[in-house]
Design a protein around this ligand. Structure first.
Ligand SMILES: NC(=O)c1ccc[n+]([C@@H]2O[C@H](COP(=O)([O-])OP(=O)(O)OC[C@H]3O[C@@H](n4cnc5c(N)ncnc54)[C@H](O)[C@@H]3O)[C@@H](O)[C@H]2O)c1
Length: 371
């Protein structure tokens, strides 16, 4: 039987534990905080899924640190991701190691060592950008290849979501100052917490042959209060390796949320949306002639919150069979998102455009400011 360990018994740890149990896997959910383990058993899990699942083994993180598992999923705050991943690879490398988004802090500390260590240990390391693996994304990719919308002119993505929803899922936190969410430098703020938008832009850009993001000009709306500093809005103008120009917007102020992407082509468009209504994701497209006429086709895909994680867990199952699979959520792809986050912060601080040179590794040395 597949044995998986999930590190961090918080919000995402519970989602992942539930999705792994649906596969019939043996699940150990660990945390360094005994109160988090109590809350999981008595509150989070029963409130979300109806009852506590006795088959989930709760453990103190230190007690299972040396145990070998088939897969390890790290669902702790971003500033602990890379240190925990390195420790895991050093002590008991699993076949598959998944790290939640964002991969790390915007200073990219430890990333080069992580790349080296994953290679040396032979573990597959991925980053939990689960929207790349959901049904609406698969459908959008099929439609893009079946119904070409002509030459791609621009790509826009947004994850605009008031973080009231996040705090509602964490009633034990009073506000941003109580967690990494209120510190962009720790992986929070709109640029870190809602980096799904950057990542999905990158996924579609690659799918339409536009390559990686090479230039970033960003304006961030910084908030300094209660001793914390975070960006509440991040607006990025980006240009890809092939010259495709587009925008990415992430914020923690918009209600109701909008998680959306649009590929604009010379003969139509394709839109991708998460939560088009409370129980559906959506994909729509319109093929037009040069006069712009045409009919919009839309498919709404029923989904619940657990569906957001099912595709990721099925992908992990496939990786456990073959760690050499070409994965859309590889460490390399997660690092590309971190480089754009780091570039956007530098661009905002310096008021200038920042260029990314991917040949210069997974460190801030890959960024150069354009005068
Ligand atoms: N992909 C998604 O849709 C999604 C959804 C929610 C959260 N996330 C990501 O998951 C991560 C965690 O978010 P969350 O909302 O679950 O946080 P959380 O605060 O609810 O839970 C984090 C847990 O990690 C534990 N922890 C911290 N350091 C630890 C350590 N060194 N060892 C063991 N346990 C440790 C904490 O005690 C806490 O219980 C973040 O990076 C977040 O962005 C992703």
């Amino acid at each position: 039987m597949t044995r998986v360990k999930i590190v961090g018994a918080g919000s995402v740890g519970n989602h992942l534990a539930h999705a792994c149990r649906e596969q019939g896997w043996s699940v150990t959910l660990c945390d360094r905080d005994p109160e988090a383990l109590r809350r999981t058993r008595e509150e989070i899990h029963p409130e979300r899924y109806g009852s506590w699942d006795d088959a989930i083994q709760l453990a103190d993180a230190d007690e299972v640190a040396h145990e070998v598992f088939d897969a390890v999923l790290i669902g702790t705050p971003p500033d602990s991701h890379v240190p925990l991943a390195l420790e895991q690879l050093h002590r008991a490398p699993p076949r598959v190691l998944f790290i939640e988004k964002p991969l790390c802090t915007p200073d990219l500390a430890g990333c080069e060592e992580l790349v080296r260590s994953a290679e040396a240990r032979g573990s597959f390391v991925g980053v939990g950008f689960n929207h790349r693996l959901t049904e609406n994304t698969r459908l959008a990719m099929r439609w893009l290849s079946d119904n070409p919308i002509g030459r791609v002119l621009t790509l826009r993505a947004m994850t605009r979501e008031h973080w009231g929803g996040i705090f509602a899922a964490h009633p034990w936190l009073a506000g941003p100052k109580d967690s990494y969410l209120g510190e962009t430098a720790r992986g929070g703020g709109a640029i870190g917490e809602h980096c799904h938008a950057i990542n999905i832009w990158q996924y579609f850009a690659r799918a339409v042959g536009a390559g990686r993001i090479q230039e970033v000009s960003a304006m961030l709306d910084w908030v300094e209060e209660d001793g914390v500093r975070y960006d509440r809005i991040a607006q990025l103008s980006v240009r890809s390796e092939t010259g495709l120009v587009g925008t990415v917007v992430q914020d923690v102020v918009t209600r109701p949320a909008r998680k959306w992407l649009r590929v604009e082509g010379s003969q139509g468009f394709l839109e991708w949306e998460v939560g088009a209504d409370p129980s559906h994701d959506a994909v729509r497209t319109r093929l037009t002639g040069s006069d712009g006429a045409g009919q919009t086709l839309e498919t709404r895909i029923p989904k619940t919150r657990p569906d957001d994680f099912r595709g990721e867990i099925l992908h992990i199952a496939a990786l456990l069979q073959d760690t050499r699979l070409d994965s859309p959520v590889s460490l390399e792809r997660g690092l590309e998102t971190m480089l754009v986050i780091a570039a956007a912060i530098r661009s905002s601080e310096e008021g200038r455009m920042v260029r990314i040179d991917y040949t210069r590794g997974a460190s801030l040395g890959a960024l150069s400011t354009v005068a």
